[in-house]
Design a binder for this molecule. Structure first.
Ligand code: ADP
Length: 320
């Protein structure tokens, strides 16, 4: 079984990324004999919107070190642009994709269509994503709702390619990702905690020191209910409190004896700090040179694993 996940280096990793993605990614490594995990930093995808080159140098380096610090040390870790097959296959897939189908992509409609300065790469992004997937031949791809349409397009492109040029690609099945922990923004608990959004104090980053965590949790939005029974989950009426309860549970804390929002925030603060402390310690202890060599050998493994798929696609299309 192939596990494949890619994270866009659009911002610093958050508690949401940890609980919703990195933890399940680490859990998938449990049986290396039965599953191979490829985890990539999707730096090429970060170029689809206005970007700052200096930041693009820094964020993936921090992310690489953090992926090791959260325990993804039994996976093949790589940086997308270090495996040129991704962009090469992306171009071949662009040559099978139709303007009409890319125009229908909801993310493009919402984020770029009809704006003259939208980068062309945002329009063709789904072809790169299809390449990211098809190169590794996974038999199934777990997706959340926001990526379903892109993975459906991946299937359509693979099927069309196979029909037109010969059976090159494994067409993956789409499976619904198990509903993982969903961490909401502490200041705006009806929106998800998002690494790409400006930090208005509602996002906890994995490298936030304990006093910053304490301040952010202390200022988290709750509600005006007081008295016995106010500390209870109710996603509609009490999104802030529910989020704090979810975070507490996901970080292994207990609500026993907690009757006030102040006590709840103190418990959440302790649980989050305890969760982040070992990660931050490992992060500090990791040697940047060692991180680079883990990613260099990961990229080498990916180059070897993907070469036959790219070669088959080239040949099938008639390239010498
Ligand atoms: P991208 O890397 O595509 O920019 P995100 O940072 O939004 O996207 O997501 C990377 C991964 O982290 C995804 O698997 C996503 O579901 C998960 N994730 C991101 N934010 C949260 C959150 N607030 N709660 C739970 N999971 C999250």
């Amino acid at each position: 079984m192939i596990n494949l996940s890619m994270l866009k280096p659009t911002g610093h990793l958050t508690l949401g990324n940890l609980l919703g993605a990195l933890r399940p990614m680490a859990a998938a490594q449990v049986s290396p004999a039965r599953s191979t995990c490829y985890y990539g930093i999707a730096d090429l995808h970060a170029l689809t919107v206005g970007h700052d080159p200096a930041r693009l140098r820094e964020v993936p380096a921090e992310m690489a070190r953090l992926l090791l610090a959260v325990g993804l040390d039994r996976s093949t870790l790589f940086i997308q642009s270090h495996v040129p097959a991704h962009s090469e296959l992306s171009y071949l897939l662009e040559c099978t994709a139709h303007v009409g189908e890319l125009n229908r992509m909801i993310q493009f409609k919402e984020k770029g269509r009809n704006r003259p300065s939208t980068r062309v790469s945002l329009f063709t992004y789904p072809a790169l994503m299809a390449a990211d997937i098809l190169l590794y031949r996974p038999t199934d791809v777990p997706v959340g709702d926001d990526q379903r349409q892109h993975v459906e397009l991946t299937r359509d492109l693979a099927l069309r390619f196979n029909r037109s040029y010969g059976e090159v690609f494994t067409v993956p099945e789409i499976v619904t990702a198990p509903a993982g922990a969903r961490v909401m923004d502490l200041q705006d608990p009806t929106s998800k905690m998002d690494k790409s959004r400006d930090d208005g104090g509602g996002t906890i980053y994995l490298l936030d020191p304990p006093d910053v965590v304490r301040r952010k949790v202390g200022r988290a939005v709750t509600d005006s209910e007081v008295g016995v029974g106010s500390v209870r989950p109710d996603r509609e009426a009490k999104p802030g409190v529910t989020n704090l309860l979810d975070i507490l549970a996901a970080c292994g804390g207990s609500t026993e004896g907690i009757t006030t929002y102040g006590a709840l925030k103190a418990a959440v603060t302790d649980a989050v700090i305890a969760e982040l402390e070992p990660i931050q310690k490992l992060y500090a202890d990791l040697d940047p040179g060692d991180v680079s060599s883990v990613f260099a050998s990961g990229a080498e493994v990916c180059r070897r694993a993907t070469a036959p798929v790219l070669a088959a696609a080239r040949t099938a299309m008639g390239l010498a």
